[in-house]
Design a protein. Sequence first.
Length: 579
Amino acid sequence: MPAQTYYPQGLRELRAARSKSNSMFLSVGFFSIFVNLLMLTGPIFMLQVYDRVLGSRSEATLVALFVLVAFLYIVFGVLEWARGRVLARAGAKFQSDLDERVFKAILKTPSGRGGQAAVQSGLRDLESVQKLMSSPALFAVMDMPWTPIFALGIFMFHPWLGYLALSGGVLLICVTFINQKVSKKGVLDAHMHSAVADQFAGAVRDDSELVQGLGMRSAVMSRWQKTRDKSLDSTISSSDVTGMFSSLTKAFRLFLQSAMLALGAYLVLQNELTPGAMIAGSILMGRALAPIEMAIGQWPLVQRASQGWYNLSRLLETTPTDIERTALPRPKALLEAINLTAVPPGESQACLKMITFRVEPGTALGVIGPSAAGKSSLARLITGIWRPAAGKIRLDGAALDNYDPDILGSYIGYLPQNVSLFNASIAENIARMSEQPDPEKVVEAAKKAGAHEMILEQPDGYDTLISNTGGRLSGGQRQRLGLARALYGDPLILVLDEPNSNLDSIGSNALNESIRRMKAEGNAVIIMAHRPAAIAECENLLVLENGMRKAFGPRDEVLKEQVQNVAQITDALGKGKAS
């Protein structure tokens, strides 16, 4: 993990999730004791064959030793398989325990540019840590404490052999640290450029119709190819560096084994060592250095997981868990904003400043103003997507923070400017992706939105599968489905952001009828709009300009004060009511 910054709360959450698998790690460590002891089977067998069997020429001894060795290798295989299975489950448990937490955290990241990248990055970071926890890299960590023990065994054969093995091990450890320093930047750059290329490709895929319609394919392909080339160049450079160290390590280990044999042969010629000890020492040294070689080979995975661990700690630190809130009774449709100030996530300048207004049950509030006045930002605050930087929004006297986000979402229906649909049926989309949609509520919401007949005209009606891009649905149809989704579950307050931007006259009539029905049921509606027809059903009007309240009060009075061409606006409102 990078040493420059620490995120204590995020680290505590990660360590708590990891600690739930401590019993599994302990069992793997316990298995590792016997696995490493059984690693001595080969050297001991060689020692006995060369020094006893060949010397005594006893076939019975050879058969007995071979049967024993076969049994020990079977046990070794079972234990190796068992610790691999346990590690795989430890990694899966870690990911399972954090899946929901990380998913909720990435849902809180700002939407738009970077939001999708944050989602992809968060999931990849969690997966990278899970892969490390299930990888042979942990076997290397658990086997490394046995390296000094194996080295001590070589010293018992002869000190010169021990010194050769020790110097070789020290050199390999130095190579490991050099590998860490040299390859770290390349590995991380490769992952970063790959993520950028994937993000760009995803954005192009989502807007493929626009790309083809405007003849942008060549330009987009060229830009994507440049990001892809950077990713490939970084990947190749990283692979070259890590491959060089891995090959160097393997070649040096093989050389050490040959050097051990050469030195052992010399000692045999000097009558200071037996042939069996010469062979056993060579095998034992290979086993002593194997964890180091494995660690170097797995180093890219270790580095990626280390960066993922750091990124996850930052994500969890900056998006704390939702606290358990005392359940409140169903409120009235009374919404009040008091000195409301908002700062977009990741920015420092306020987009809304000291906004105050009140929406009574059975009424509708229109919010108008020029582009970038803060209308959509206000919608995000009312729905709880953003948290106020200062001030409060109260629903029936209780601050929105007092409501569980999912409960608050059932009280407030939201239709954003850009309607996003998911890869599911129309019914599931209207039911807010519930796995068991209530058919009666789905149809009721569709009828309120004036979308029932339109849905029945689809190939499979409410069971028609649609994509996240809407497929064959027009912009107006998507908006009506979004309105039906906002009306699902009988919300108290309906927040509509430019609700008629894609609607025809039939859709506009259905929208106005939905607003009238909401008010008649004692609920409230808040409409962010540019078109006068959208505020035809509004009793009150809030005018925003440069993120500040310019006017608030009864609609006609505000319009008389703020709009120069009153006759033109009044005529448009009259047509809207008549429709």
